[in-house]
Design a protein around this ligand. Sequence first.
Ligand SMILES: [Zn+2]
Length: 249
Amino acid sequence: MKEDNLRDISNEIFSNHNDESNNSLTQIPPEILELICDYLCPKDLFSLTLVCKHLRSFLWSFTSSMTQQIWHNARIKLSIVGEYKGIPPPPEGIMSEQQYIWLIHLVDACQFCGNKRRGASKIYWPFKMYSCVNCIDSRILSNESAKQKGVSYTVFDVLPHIVLYRNNNGSNFDSKLDRYCLKSEALETQKEYEGIVNFEERIKWIEMKKRHQLMINDKLVQYTLREESKIQRIWREEYRSRFGFDVNC
Ligand SMILES: [Zn+2]
C-alpha cells in the first residue's frame, strides 16, 4: 500500500515536472509526505529541507508530532549502523529530534567558522552547539568575567554551563577548573532578571530557573560523557596514524 501511494505521488510529481514543479511539492498532503519521508535517512531528510520553503517549515517544525515522528524513525534507522549503534534518544524536554540528529550526525563543521578538521570541534551539550575551541572560547564567560559585564552571581548560577580547565590571565600557573556560561545568554538572562521588579517574584523566578537547570544537568551527563569518549577515540586514531602506535589518554 505504501509503495502504491508512493508510486502514484512520484508519477504525479514527475509528470508535472516543469519550471514551476516546486508547486506540486507544496500540494502533497502531509500524510503522503510522511510516507515518503519514512524511506529517507537523516541526511536525505536534511536535503529535503533545502528544496523549498514548504518542506523546510514542515520538516523543521519542533511542535508537529508527525514531523517529530519522521525524524524519530530516521534516527532509529541510524542507530543500527556504525558509530551510532545504540545511541540514546534525545534528552527529553531539552531538544527536539531534529536538533539532536543535527548535533550527533548532520553537522560536520564548526557552526561558527566552518572548520572541518576532524576532531577540531565537539558538541557542547548544555549550549546545543557544535564548535571548535577558538569559537567557543570567544563566546563564553567565567564567573569573574561575567561579573565584570554586570552579570550577578545569582544569575550566573542558574545558567547552562560547561566546565573547562583554563586560565583567565594567560599564565599557565593559574589554570583551574571553572564554570563557563554563554555570554549572550548571560546578558539576556541578567536583563530578564532585572526586569522583575518585585523581590518575591525574583526569588521565585530564580528558584524555577535553578530547578530547570538541575534537571537539564542530570539529563545531559550521559551525553557529555559519550562525547568526551568520542573525542578521545578520534585523538587516539589520529595519533596512531601519525606515529604508528597507541597512546594512553
Ligand atoms: Zn570555529
